[in-house]
Design a protein around this ligand. Structure first.
Ligand SMILES: [Zn+2]
Length: 315
């Protein structure tokens, strides 16, 4: 079946082997289903997300939610059409106060959570999303590099998992049918295994409704997606492209160059200094201990020690 129109997807071509080739273990694999005209991305994060979670050492319920958020953030990195940063933010008024994950166009991923240990302890072993993040909402932000331009979408939390909440946002706010599957597990040694897949309609001009053919294609592809077995994406022995082929070979699948995902933080002493410079002298004195302000990056736990004397240059 011929492809109906030119695809507007940056940095992608139509070549690509069906094994993962030389892709690193942590990678995001974009793909396209020619017959149903859907785009998708599949990701597995055996090392990177685990490194991020191990560095924080949060209680299990927070780690699991952050694992899911890191997976979804990586899948949504495709929202970046130009150089920039995609941020997924979850805010709540219960045990969970804030969870933030972001990823650069180059695949550098990070995330952290801020929560009340006391409130969390009162919730039991495995609280669901709504119990953790009472009166919560989600924010999706795209910051384009070298530009003040910023896109932000905000929605109230709906659903019992973060994956459902993100899916709900795309249906309601973006009006783009999007299907997500995320699989998260922790092995007996405590290592996290994280993988996910996204399937999405191409954006239609001016909100044109789906044709019957498109509706059929969507339903058919979602049925195929839902044949995934629990934990199937996590099995590192099976290359991601083998899974894609098994699921969608009848839909004319094409894969594009994968994006390597790395753990990384963009904090720097210069950025911290700018924040401290923005404080009044009184505030600086308040935060200082023996003339030094210690700042810890919440994303990567790196400590910065800034002597107040070096800030008060004007005095
Ligand atoms: Zn940092």
């Amino acid at each position: 079946m011929p492809i109906k129109k030119t695809l507007v997807i940056s940095n992608q071509n139509t070549e690509g082997p069906m094994d993962d080739g030389n892709a690193p273990p942590d990678h995001l694999q974009p793909f396209m289903l020619d017959v149903s005209q859907l785009r998708g991305r599949i990701v597995r994060l055996p090392q990177v997300a685990n490194d991020i979670l191990a560095a924080h050492n949060y209680p299990p319920a927070i780690s699991r939610l952050l694992a899911e958020a890191l997976c979804l953030t990586t899948l949504l990195a495709g929202m970046l059409k130009f150089d920039g940063i995609f941020t997924l933010q979850l805010k709540g008024q219960g045990a969970l106060k804030t969870m933030v994950c972001d990823i650069t166009t180059g695949g550098m991923l990070r995330g952290y959570a801020y929560f009340s240990e006391e409130k969390l302890a009162a919730l039991g072993a495995a609280p669901d999303l709504m119990t953790l993040a009472v009166k919560g909402y989600l924010a999706f932000t795209v910051d384009q590099a070298n530009s003040a331009e910023r896109y932000q979408g905000i929605t109230e939390l709906a659903g019992s998992t973060l994956t459902e909440a993100v899916q709900h946002y795309f249906r309601q706010s973006e009006q783009i049918d999007t299907g997500f599957v995320t699989q998260i597990d922790q092995d007996k040694d405590g290592a996290w295994k994280i993988a996910g897949i996204l399937l999405q309609q191409l954006a239609r001009e001016g909100g044109t409704p789906l044709s019957d053919t498109d509706e059929d294609a969507w339903r058919r592809s979602m049925m195929l997606l839902n044949t995934l077995q629990p934990g199937e994406l996590l099995d590192e022995v099976t290359p991601l492209n083998t899974i894609l082929y098994k699921l969608f070979h009848e839909e004319g699948i094409r894969v594009f160059p994968p994006l390597a995902i790395t753990k990384g933080c963009r904090c720097s002493i210069d950025k911290i200094r700018t924040v401290i410079d923005g404080l009044s002298v009184d505030e600086q004195q308040e935060y200082a201990d023996n003339g030094v302000i210690t700042v810890t990056c919440e994303f990567c736990n790196k400590h910065y020690e800034i002597p107040v004397a070096s800030i008060d240059k004007g005095e």
